[in-house]
Design a protein around this ligand. Structure first.
Ligand SMILES: *Cc1c(COP(=O)(O)O)cnc(C)c1O
Length: 417
């Protein structure tokens, strides 16, 4: 089921032709469907009810405040990884009692901001960090609720750049050092231990790595509880994968039910931090063909969207389906779809078969709602693109396209230059 559908030969987002939106907002742009977002929300939310759980949406997947506001209004909290994300989440109306703060390098200023915002807990990734949080909390006279992020050394079988739960990764505390970390933290006067956390990676398409990780975490949980430490929150992170090409990720309810069995003896709350699963297939990236370029053995379609707008192909060699917004007949050609950036890694798709693509045609790059705009940059001094949200037969800009002025408005020429 999808809200990006072809009617006749033309792509619609819900009830609006994508072409019509492009003619109003220009290209390139990100286009999100509220109906899809709602459906993903509902599926995950319903599935999560088999456990006593809190869902904290992973803000970094898609951090537009319109998207955040929708999810927070529906009752979800936020998983944040920076002070900037906390700021966004608060502006978008989050209940800070449902905010968990992950990440290996939280600064003093960020910790203080989070403490003053009274977030639910810090997911602490090292002993050094718990000492710093204790110090900052003491300074401002607060107690910091924390959990430790434990690295269970499980292979998530995903792309190495989005694997986080192997001992060679920088994330979390080595499981062998976990008990010592809890003991040390217990001695700190401004720290209140409330949880245990684990996030093994992203775009997982099999259930077994989750089962393995939760099994390992559950054993540790029992040991920690046996020490008399109260674990109110077991945070299992995000990571459930989506279909980009032909992946068949497990349904959230399969995942939840499987976890429920493993955690049969645990009576606290479980926290989930889904990101990609909620936003990924709720959005597409729309770009326009500038040229066809025939370089002899290789043929290129050069489009107006590049790696600065959608980094995933360049960064992870990620696959995104690319289909013309208006399907054409005509000669099939194998092409690379590339952007205008001065980097050879600047491609959106390689060796794709396209029918008669011409200058001015619109292409839809699918599954771009997560880690799309949020990873975009101004590289090559390209203004960041517009974001649009559709609801049935209406649409709104949820971020205006940047202007050239926006590119330089924070820059200063000092008088000695
Ligand atoms: C990125 C991240 C998530 C979200 O991962 P998805 O694969 O998008 O679900 C959740 N928790 C943490 C700690 C993360 O770093």
């Amino acid at each position: 089921m999808n809200d990006f559908i072809f009617k006749e030969n033309e792509l619609y987002c819900e009830d609006i032709p994508v072409r019509e939106i492009a003619s109003k907002v220009g290209t390139p742009f990100y286009l999100y469907s509220l109906a899809t977002l709602k459906r993903h929300f509902n599926v995950f939310n319903e599935s999560s009810k088999v456990l006593n759980s809190i869902v904290c949406y992973s803000v970094k997947a898609n951090s537009n405040i319109a998207i955040l506001n929708f999810l927070f209004k529906m009752g979800w909290g936020a998983d944040i990884v920076s002070g900037g994300e906390l700021f966004r989440a608060i502006k978008a109306g989050v209940d800070t009692k449902k905010v968990v703060y992950s990440g290996v390098g939280k600064t003093e200023a960020e910790i203080e901001f989070a403490l003053k915002s009274d977030i639910l807990m810090f997911n602490v990734e090292s002993l050094a960090e718990v000492f710093l949080i204790d110090k900052v909390a003491g300074k401002i006279g607060k107690k910091a609720r924390i959990s430790f992020r434990i690295n269970p050394n499980v292979d998530p079988k995903t792309h190495p750049y989005i694997s986080t739960g192997l001992k060679k990764n920088k994330f979390g505390i080595n499981i062998k050092q976990a008990l010592v970390a809890y003991e040390k933290a217990e001695e700190l006067s401004n720290i209140d231990i409330v949880g245990l956390d684990c996030h093994i990676g992203s775009q997982l398409t099999e259930i077994s790595p989750f089962n393995d990780a939760v099994g390992i975490i559950n054993k540790l949980l029992l040991k920690i509880i046996a020490k008399g430490i109260n674990i109110k929150y077991l945070d299992l992170g995000g990571g459930l994968g989506i279909t980009y090409e032909n992946e068949m990720p497990p349904h959230p309810s399969t995942y939840m039910n499987s976890i429920k069995k493993i955690l049969a003896g645990y009576d606290g709350q479980v926290i989930f931090e889904p990101g990609r699963l909620i936003a990924g297939n709720s959005g597409i990236f729309v770009t326009k063909v500038i040229h066809n370029k025939d370089a002899g053995s290789k043929k290129f379609v050069i489009v107006d969207g590049g790696m600065n707008d959608l980094l995933r192909p360049a960064l992870y060699d990620a696959y995104h389906e690319i289909i013309p917004v208006i399907k054409k007949s005509g000669a099939k050609l194998k092409v690379d779809i590339v952007g205008p950036i001065c980097e050879s890694a600047d491609f959106l798709g390689k060796d794709r078969v396209m029918n008669g693509v011409e200058e001015g045609d619109l292409l839809a790059v699918f599954s771009a709602g997560a880690y799309g705009f949020s990873m975009s940059s101004n590289y090559n001094s390209r203004p960041r693109v517009a974001e649009v949200l559709v609801d049935k037969d209406r649409f709104s800009l949820i971020r205006r396209r940047e202007t050239y002025e926006d590119l330089i408005d924070k820059e200063i020429i000092p008088d000695y230059a």
